[in-house]
Design a binder for this molecule. Structure first.
Ligand code: NAD
Length: 384
């Protein structure tokens, strides 16, 4: 195990005396549905209610057959929100995921049966460092959790003899299968494991930017490993999934690079491949970011229309709810689990990626043969 000085592995027990954080699984509470339908009437409560309506009454109805992409930024798995994501994947309510690497890395702690604890944001961080305690706002855990999770990732890389260029969806799929094999039942408390079981592809928009990426880099330098995460494959796979969908809709938690990695799929199709898919049909975002700073995270669905990311006719089916995801998302999931269309046949897109890529290639070649380069916006169906 690598050395981390000071503090590892000893720690003061009282820092870790708070309750163990568990993945919360939504159960479709009738009381929460009543509150959202009847009590959440205006301002951001009203927007959250609207988000629940768009999702359950439009995106999830069988006739719309929407391919749902979930994007995850912010420290949501450390806060215990992985259970909501697991429930949605298991029920076929989320078809693919784009996440920061950090959320997937921290999910592995749960898969490996390590404990994160409820704590306080008002602690002495120098003392925490000296005692070997890691803090994510008010979530606390020993540094050994990091070191042992890293050790598992490096062991997996060696043991699996994983080689060559691959998409992050393929890497996460293989990682999930390994977790299922080594720790049967962990799909109930690991997003990565449940995704592998349910056939949900998971992408990471910046694969080098997390402890998973850090350990893949170690494997290359120290073991001569040839595994190479290929972002081009990710871009094309996400594009192919969006192209294959009858309708597309997203649930964006936070913002950050996963938000754009999802939304850029439509412009990649029309701007680069010459295939006018028409823009996203549904858009739901939970965020604390503001539009006035000009950043992507706070950008509205209306702004996304100008980029061809959102269908101009679809603006009534878009909503931004200004709320902390750790509050808004569990309420949203409770509502969905209690809704009429609370379960769909799983699309299992992870097993269809090659076929979808072939179709993207075929359509892109056909479009390239037919269409001259033009600055005209693509013709889209605005009357949906
Ligand atoms: N050890 C690790 O692997 C590790 C740990 C932490 C962070 N990281 C890396 O650091 C980067 C930042 O991480 P991040 O995921 O926290 O993203 P971030 O802090 O960059 O936030 C991304 C977006 O989500 C929003 N957001 C964050 N928390 C929110 C909440 N509770 N409710 C609503 N919106 C919220 C932010 O405002 C922002 O728009 C990532 O790229 C990640 O990979 C790595």
């Amino acid at each position: 195990m690598p050395h981390r000085a000071p503090g590892a592995p000893g720690h003061k027990a009282n820092y870790l005396s708070g309750k163990v954080i568990k993945y919360y699984r939504p159960r479709g509470s009738a009381e929460i549905r009543h509150l959202i339908d009847n009590g959440f009437q205006a301002f951001n409560a009203g927007r959250l209610s609207e988000a629940c309506q768009i999702y359950t009454e439009k995106m999830l109805t069988p006739e719309n057959d929407t391919t749902v992409g979930l994007t995850i930024a912010g420290a949501l798995t450390p806060a215990g929100l992985g259970g909501c994501i697991i429930e949605m994947m298991e029920r076929g309510l989320v078809d693919f995921v784009i996440s920061t690497g950090a959320n997937l890395y921290h999910d592995l702690h749960y898969a490996l049966n390590f404990s994160l604890h409820r704590g306080s944001p008002f602690l002495d961080d120098v003392e925490l460092y000296e005692e070997g305690i890691i803090r994510i706002y008010d979530v606390l855990f020993p540094a050994t959790v990091l070191l042992e999770t890293d050790s598992y990732i490096r062991d997996f890389l060696v043991r699996s003899k994983i080689e060559g260029a691959m998409s992050t969806s393929e890497f996460h799929y293989r990682l999930g299968l390994d977790l299922l094999e080594r720790n049967p039942g962990c799909e109930e408390y690991s997003v990565v494991a449940q995704a592998a079981r349910a056939g949900v592809p998971i992408y990471t928009s910046s694969p080098g930017d997390s402890s998973i990426g850090m350990n893949i880099a170690y494997h290359e330098l120290m073991n001569g490993g040839t595994l190479m995460i290929d972002p081009n494959k990710d871009v094309n796979e996400v594009c192919a999934i969006i192209l294959a969908a009858k309708k597309n809709g997203c649930i964006i938690l936070g913002g950050g690079s996963p938000k754009n990695f999802y939304l850029q799929g439509q412009p990649t199709l029309w701007e680069v491949y010459g295939i006018p898919k028409g823009g996203n049909d549904y858009f739901i975002q939970f965020t604390t970011d503001q539009v006035v700073w000009g950043g992507l995270s706070g950008a509205t669905p209306a702004e996304a229309v100008s980029w061809g990311k959102v269908n101009p006719g679809g603006l009534p089916d878009t909503v931004v709810t200004y709320v902390d995801s750790t509050i808004g998302f569990p309420l949203f999931c409770e509502y969905a689990v209690g809704a009429t269309h609370n379960r769909r046949p799983r699309k299992e897109l992870v097993h269809k990626r090659d076929a979808m890529i072939s179709d993207l290639l075929r359509q892109a070649k056909a479009a390239g043969d037919e269409k001259p380069i033009t600055s005209e916006p693509p013709e889209v169906d605005r009357h949906r």
